[in-house]
Design a protein around this ligand. Structure first.
Ligand code: S3P
Length: 437
C-alpha cells in the first residue's frame, strides 16, 4: 500500500505572540512577472512570492523569451523584449497547480502570432477553462483542447490577424477571466469591455496603470483599448498576501492570550472581505501604518484574541474573500452560534471542491458541525472537536486551514501536507515557531 505522508499538528498550549513578516501576494507576484515581460526595460521586483505557483509563471515567461534573474529567493529582475517581443516557446508550458498562470497566459498568448501548448497538474487538469476559452474564441482566438476546448491540455494557435475587441458579460465574478480578456484586449483591434456580476480583485488594472496602460472602470465594467507599447516601471514592491495573513488572523483570534502584528499586508479593498467578516464575528483586528505602494494599499494588522460569534454572508462579498472561505469556516467552527455562507459555488472549482472538502474534513474533526448545500455552508459553532487524520486534497488552502483548526482545537493529522509549497512554503515552520507542531 502507498505510504501517505502526514503532518501532525498539536494543540497550542498558549497564545501566539510576536511580529510576523507575511510572504508576498500571490496574485500580484504572478502579474509582476507577466507584465514586466511585456516591457523592454528591467523591472526590479521585491518581496516576490517564492512559491510553486509563482515559479510556474516564472518558468513560463522564461520559455516565452523573458529574462528573469533571481537576485535572491524573493528578489527578481525581469526584462522583456517589448510588447510584441514574446517568442514561440520551444517546450510545453507547464502551469503546474496555478489557475492564475494558465488563465492569464491563455489571454496573453491568444493574440500572439505563434503556437503554445499548456499542461498542468491533476488538479488544474480538472478545472474549467471554458470560462476563458469561450470569450477569447469569440474575440477570434484559436484555442483547442480536451473536452470541447475546456480542459487541459490546451493549445493556443496564431489567430487570423488581430483579435476583435468586444463587450463580454461574464457569468462569473472572476479576476482570472477579467484579466485574461484585458490582456488579450491590449492586442485587439478595438475596445474590450468585461462586465462582472460583482467586481473581482483589481490587481491587473492597478498594475497595468503602473505600466502606463489605462483601463476605464464603470460600475462592474472594465474597458481596455488597444495598446501600442508599455512603459515598465523600474521597480515593483509586492505587498504581503492577505490570503496568507488570513491563517494567523484566525489563529490569533481563536487562541486565548494571543496578540500578533502581521507586517505589510496588502489591504486592497477587493481583497479585504475577511477583515469585514471577522469584524462582524467580533474579532479584534486593527490596521496600523497604512500606506500605498505601487498602487496597492498595505498596512500592518494587529490581531488580538477575541470571543467570536457566528455571522451570515453571501455572494456580494464572495469575490473579496473567495480564497479565505476554508479558514473563515475554521473561525466559524470555534464561534458561538451558526455561520451561514451562501453564494459560494465557485469553491467547487478551486484547487479541489472546497465545499465538499470542508464538509468532509469538518465532519471528521467535529462531527455534526457542518451542512453543505450546492453553493452554501452552514457551520455550527462550538461543536465538540476530536483529533483525526484528514486529507489535504493536495489543496494548499485546505492543508493550512486544517492546520489552524488543529492548532486552535484538538490537534490534527494532515495527509499529503506538502501542498503548502504552492503559496506558503514556510507555513509549517512558522506554525512550529508558535508551538503548534
Ligand atoms: C486570482 C483570482 C481568484 C483567486 C485565485 C487568484 C487571481 O480566482 O481565487 O486564487 O490571481 O486573479 P478567480 O478569479 O477564478 O475567482
Amino acid at each position: 500500500m502507498e505510504q501517505v505522508e502526514t503532518k501532525e499538528i498539536w494543540p497550542l498550549r498558549h497564545g501566539v505572540k510576536g511580529r510576523l513578516h507575511i510572504p508576498g501576494d500571490k496574485s500580484i507576484s504572478h502579474r509582476s512577472v507577466m507584465f514586466s515581460a511585456l516591457g523592454s526595460t528591467p523591472v526590479h521586483i521585491t518581496n516576490f512570492l517564492h512559491a510553486a505557483d509563482c515559479l510556474s509563471t516564472v518558468a513560463c515567461m522564461r520559455a516565452l523569451g523573458a529574462t528573469v534573474e533571481e537576485l535572491g529567493a524573493t528578489e527578481l529582475v525581469v526584462t522583456g523584449n517589448g510588447l510584441h517581443g514574446l517568442r514561440e516557446p520551444a517546450c510545453v508550458l507547464d502551469a503546474g497547480n496555478s489557475g492564475t498562470t494558465l488563465r492569464l497566459l491563455l489571454g496573453l498568448l491568444a493574440p500572439q502570432p505563434f503556437l503554445a501548448t499548456f499542461t498542468g497538474d491533476a488538479s488544474l487538469s480538472r478545472r474549467p477553462m471554458g470560462r476563458v476559452v469561450k470569450p477569447l474564441s469569440a474575440m477570434g482566438a484559436k484555442i483547442v483542447g480536451r473536452a470541447q476546448n475546456t480542459l487541459l491540455p490546451l493549445t493556443v494557435l496564431a489567430p487570423d490577424g488581430k483579435l476583435h475587441g468586444m463587450r463580454y458579460e461574464s457569468p462569473v465574478a472572476s479576476a482570472q477571466v477579467k484579466s485574461a480578456l484585458l490582456l488579450a484586449g491590449m492586442f485587439a483591434d478595438g475596445a474590450t469591455t468585461v462586465v462582472e456580476p460583482v467586481t473581482s480583485r483589481d490587481h491587473t488594472e492597478r498594475m497595468l496603470e503602473a505600466f502606463g496602460v489605462v483601463t476605464e472602470k464603470d460600475g462592474t465594467a472594465v474597458t481596455i483599448r488597444p495598446v501600442a507599447e508599455v512603459q515598465a516601471p523600474a521597480a515593483i514592491e509586492v505587498p504581503g498576501d492577505i490570503s496568507s495573513a488570513a491563517y494567523w488572523l484566525v489563529l490569533a483570534s481563536l487562541v486565548p492570550g494571543s496578540q500578533m502584528v502581521l507586517e505589510n499586508v496588502g489591504v486592497n479593498e477587493t481583497r479585504t472581505g475577511i477583515l469585514d467578516v471577522l469584524a462582524a464575528m467580533g474579532a479584534d483586528i486593527v490596521r496600523t501604518n497604512e500606506r500605498v505602494s505601487g498602487g496597492e494599499a498595505a498596512a500592518d494588522l494587529v490581531v488580538t484574541a477575541a470571543k467570536l460569534h457566528g455571522t451570515t454572508f453571501g455572494k456580494d462579498i464572495m469575490p473579496r474573500l473567495i480564497d479565505e472561505i476554508p479558514v473563515i469556516a475554521v473561525a466559524a467552527l470555534f464561534a458561538e452560534g451558526d455561520t451561514v455562507i451562501t453564494g459560494a459555488g465557485e469553491l467547487r472549482v478551486k484547487e479541489t471542491d472546497r465545499l465538499q472538502a470542508i464538509a468532509d474534513t469538518f465532519s471528521a474533526l467535529a462531527p455534526g458541525s457542518v451542512e453543505a448545500g450546492a453553493d452554501s455552508l452552514v457551520i455550527h459553532g462550538g461543536t465538540q472537536l476530536q483529533r483525526a487524520a484528514v486529507p489535504s486534497y493536495d489543496d494548499h488552502r485546505m492543508a493550512m486551514s486544517l492546520a489552524i483548526l488543529g492548532a486552535a482545537g484538538a490537534g490534527v493529522i494532515i495527509e499529503r501536507p506538502d501542498c503548502v509549497r504552492i503559496s506558503y512554503p514556510e507555513f509549517y515552520d512558522t506554525l512550529a515557531g508558535f508551538g503548534g507542531e
